[in-house]
Design a protein around this ligand. Structure first.
Ligand code: FMN
Length: 406
């Protein structure tokens, strides 16, 4: 879970949707992450879920009414509106979205939303006809223009039997949107960040491939951090196990050649390029057109080198563009990384140890070093990939004007 959620006070507004039960999981994940969660249930929400569930999960009393005689001054609406780190409305009905857009204040949640200046994240859930109705769409546009952050909805089979947009998006996407909203300083606003992530599948025949163990977790953490800092993010990803954060433009590829092509198509207008993908060094020279049949005879594959994507874009970068590479090493880690930094004309290289239990492919942590040309190596030790992503962007020295200097 993201470190930014710890010690934050989050008001979780739950409204009268069939998806209200899913707010229990959201409350639970936020509490696990160290946030103080205050659930506020509308009258309608209480028809779907009970306040006692949220009390048990969050350890805090739940707000169920504007005129609750037991409401103490600490959670009185103006006090909480001022103190809250952020508001998360999940699920958000068409009704609360309409009330917010029009400034109505006829219950605790809508009144407090009007009184706060904290970031507001809204995860809508409703029937497709309600969601696509021009009234709802105009209300959403109004709220977006005022700075509210919308996450979802997903499309799919809805509780009412309809198929279409309106399903509450999954909890991880909601929490990531909240993480981005909590970071109000946006030094990368207006900048494009291009990231490669995942591994590659190099075909042997129509059904087999050579692959690697990349999970895409590092690319995910980098993309989330870039979003948190306000960038427009494009991720060119090979096969991966972890879904990318909501809000990034994703280009799915399989082979190193396809990855290079996609990177070249997006490189021109990016301010920062980060090559975090585990690009296949080799590919099969001539993949078979038909499936190899089982046989007792030896099969020899002839492998040819793949293009070096990070080096290829670094060689043609403009002075206003920054390129960052990753070096996954098993021995002489910083020496090999320093060599790659020079050879590939990178501005920054992240050396990380692979092949050990807590670092490298598929882990949530990494043993890492940051290296820039002519500067001392920064030993980051063992840290979470989310923390490593923060360290990478900090090393790019983002200043208040949004300009970057590696
Ligand atoms: C079974 C049932 C399911 C509902 N699900 C939704 C829903 O998913 N989204 C929505 O916008 N309204 C839904 N509604 C309608 C809202 O509950 C209704 O508009 C209510 O006034 C919302 O109040 P609130 O926004 O104060 O919670 C549902 C109603 C019923 C009876």
């Amino acid at each position: 879970m993201h470190p930014d959620l710890a010690n934050r006070e989050i008001i979780l507004g739950v409204t009268g949707s069939i998806a209200a039960y899913k707010a229990c999981e959201i409350a639970s994940r936020l509490t696990e992450a160290g946030a103080t969660v205050r659930a506020a249930l509308t009258q309608s929400a209480q028809e779907f879920v009970g306040a006692v569930s949220f009390e048990g999960i969050t350890g805090n009393c739940v707000i169920t009414s504007m005129f609750d005689p037991g409401l103490n001054p600490e959670i009185e609406h103006i006090a909480l509106a001022k103190r809250a780190s952020a508001f998360l409305i999940a699920p958000a009905t068409a009704n609360i979205i309409a009330k917010m857009a029009h400034g109505l204040a006829d219950d605790w949640l809508s009144t407090t939303l009007l009184a706060t200046r904290a970031p507001i994240v809204i995860a809508p859930a409703m029937n497709t006809q309600m969601y696509t109705h021009v009234a709802t769409q105009e209300n959403i546009a109004t709220l977006k223009a005022r700075g509210c952050i919308f996450v979802g909805p997903d499309a799919g089979q809805l509780a009412c039997g309809d198929v279409g947009a309106g399903r509450l998006i999954e909890t991880p996407a909601i929490l990531e949107a909240l993480v981005c909203a909590l970071h109000v300083d946006k030094p990368l606003r207006g900048k494009k960040v291009l990231i490669t992530s995942g591994g590659n599948h190099e075909p042997i025949d129509p059904v087999r491939f050579i692959g690697n163990r990349s999970s895409g977790k590092m690319g995910h953490a980098l993309a989330l951090e870039a979003l948190r800092l306000g960038a427009e993010v494009t991720v060119v990803t090979g096969p991966h196990r972890v879904p990318l954060p909501h809000g990034v433009e994703t280009v799915e590829v399989e082979t190193a050649h396809e990855m290079l092509e996609a990177v070249e198509a997006h490189f021109e207008d990016c301010a920062v390029f980060i090559g975090a993908a585990a690009v296949a060094d080799y590919r099969v020279e001539r993949p078979a057109l038909d499936k190899h049949k089982h046989s007792d005879a030896m099969l020899t594959l002839s492998l040819v080198p793949n293009p070096d994507i990070a080096a290829s874009v670094s060689l043609r970068k403009r002075p206003d563009q920054i390129t960052v590479g990753f070096a996954a090493e098993t021995s002489h880690i910083t020496e090999h990384a320093q060599d790659k930094l020079k050879r590939k004309h990178l501005d920054l290289i992240v050396a990380n140890e692979v092949g050990v239990a807590e670092s490298g492919f598929g882990t949530d942590t990494d043993r890492a070093w940051l290296i820039k040309a002519n500067e001392a190596v920064v030993d980051l030790g063992l840290l979470a990939k989310t923390e490593l992503a923060q360290a990478v962007f900090s090393a790019l020295a983002l200043n208040g004007t949004g300009s970057l200097k590696a």
